[in-house]
Ligand binder design. Structure first.
Ligand code: GLN
Length: 282
């Protein structure tokens, strides 16, 4: 039987050889998850033997990571805005920059708060569920065209105790929402170009749902523009639209917003200084 340290070293060397970034850290996180302890607790038991049945649990997860499957899919969950969200290939993995979008929105509602919130293309549910947490009085509608993604969002609403204030609707953007009005519409739609998707890390291009990543049009911005065009009919007066975007789309989005009658167009950078979020009001 290998000791924990021996098997960890072998696993991390194997992952390094397969080109996995942060191989040691990922191996440690897979070990901690499988052995049901905190990562740092591994260091207290380096000499202990790994039993054959533990090795049988560890091996397939290390092999999955060696094929560049994202760690979050292997561990089946991630943290987002203080929520623990189930993660699998039904939805995009919630990303830190999307948390920044939530923070910008929370900042925008200092004195009042939105009562009716819509998350378009919700995937795992991360945006809408984080806003349900941030605005405890709000009702949140989670929309996706993928029934599988909506199921994932529903599971996440349930596991985070947010099911009472959330509803799921299967819809291609706003097409099934006639007559409904919201105070806040948010979206992290697909906005990559085909070329950007092709040059993405294998974790993204080989494992995450392509439909959640690649937007239409030369710049990947067709879905963003469609939402800006259609959103005004679904916003209450003064209601806000907030979206995550790619880095090259803001001038086109600003123009679309001015044509569709949205006002107060605002562009915000992410923490690395790139323009990644847009906001506008009806
Ligand atoms: N930020 C994501 C990525 O680069 C893209 C997310 C999206 O298209 N909505 O992988």
């Amino acid at each position: 039987m290998d000791s924990l340290l021996n098997l960890l070293n072998k696993s991390s060397e194997f992952l390094t050889a397969k080109g996995v970034p942060q191989a040691r850290l990922d191996a440690e996180l897979i070990f901690a998850h499988t052995l049901n302890c905190k990562r740092l607790d591994l260091y207290l038991q380096f000499e202990r033997p790994i039993t054959p049945s533990e090795a049988d649990l560890l091996r397939p997860l290390i092999v999955r990571r060696s094929k560049r499957e994202p760690l979050q899919y292997i561990l089946s969950s991630t943290e987002f805005f203080g929520l623990t969200l189930k993660c699998d290939s039904r939805g995009l993995i919630p990303r830190p920059e999307t948390e920044e979008l939530v923070e910008h929105l929370v900042e925008s509602y200092k004195s009042d708060s939105p009562s009716e919130i819509l998350d378009l293309g919700t995937g795992s549910g991360c945006l809408g569920l984080a806003l349900a947490k941030a605005f405890p009085e709000a009702k949140v509608t989670l929309v996706d065209q993928s029934a599988d993604a909506l199921k994932l969002a529903e599971e996440n609403a349930n596991s985070n105790g947010l099911s009472e204030r959330t509803i799921m609707i299967q819809s291609d953007w706003l097409s099934m929402l006639h007559g409904k009005k919201f105070d806040l519409i948010v979206s992290n739609p697909p906005y990559l170009t085909e070329a950007e998707w092709e040059s993405a890390e294998p974790e993204v291009s080989d494992h995450e749902p392509k439909a959640a990543l690649v937007g239409g049009g030369d710049d990947g911005g067709d879905d963003l523009r469609r939402i800006i065009t259609e959103a005004p009919d679904f916003l209450n007066a003064g209601g806000m639209l907030g979206m995550e975007t790619g880095i090259n789309q803001h001038s086109s989005l600003k123009e679309t917003a001015s044509v569709t009658g949205l006002s107060d167009f605002r562009s915000e950078n992410d923490l690395s200084g790139r323009p990644r979020f847009v906001f506008a009001r009806r």
